[in-house]
Write a protein that binds this ligand. Sequence first.
Ligand code: UDP
Length: 329
Amino acid sequence: MAKRILITGAAGFLGSHLCDRFIREGYSVIGMDNLITGDLKNIEHLIKEKNFEFHHHDITKFVHVAGDLDYILHFASPASPIDYLKIPIQTLKVGSFGTHHCLGLAKEKNARILIASTSEVYGDPLVHPQNEDYYGNVNTIGPRGVYDEAKRFQESITMAYHRFHGLETRIARIFNTYGPRMRLNDGRVIPAFIGQALRGEDLTVFGDGSQTRSFCFVDDQVEGIYRLLLSEYSNPVNIGNPDEITILDFAKEIIKLTGTDQKIIFQELPQDDPMQRQPDITRAKEILSWEPQVSRSEGMKITYEHFRSMSKEELDKREHKDFSAHIRR
Ligand code: UDP
């Protein structure tokens, strides 16, 4: 009998790639999503698979899944700063209530659960690179706090279920990840810059561009998560690519990659934007025998091709996603 896995956030960027991977590995996959930030287009190719089923459900509400479950991957959450600034309460709820529901379901089914945590638990880090023993530097009441604190709570409640109920839990601290199926208008730096280059617009660097990020290609990320789920390790593990670059240099790389001659313009740095970020992946190397295989130049070529194949109409959909139907005041 195929192992059965529930993936929340299945119609999102990472969730959909994880569905692909687990289907390929012969699992029976239940994809769940409320489609606020996710898009059915990301999983439409899976609908014909006999081992895939989709449940349209909001995990912040009580969840029931009939039958056995072996694993749960909790990946539902807005994940771009613009999204979680626009739907802050939903962001807090999916990290807290949503995680609580997933953990309760895992306990009920005696399933192993992996939760998608984030480098944002380190906030604007004072330690560099960030290893898993660093407690972080988060402004709880700042606009980004809704995501950061939801994820920190998520880690705490997950460890509580592990210690108190003996649940098998895994925590992946995911650093900036990119690749095909990112939402063009989600405001994150890679789709933002590529979209601007393709439309012939100036590239918007926030601040002076000296802040750093370290970008991991999605296939590497999925491999790290896959290995962590199947490992016997329950403390958090950083999964990311340590190849660090300033945002200004990255903008220059995009101009080169796209062969455009766009200008770079500088805009105000968002509040609490971390000034540096680079994963220390010593733990992942030791425990998972994992490290990224795809260089930024290879990964960015694949990603650029993905966006380049979009229609002009899709590219021109400049506005950010309209969440008004999900906002109750
Ligand atoms: N950024 C930028 N221009 C943009 C979008 C983002 O300079 O049009 C910067 C942003 O301020 C941050 C970095 O790029 O320093 C990465 O931002 P992103 O939203 O991708 O993710 P974050 O790592 O901040 O969660």
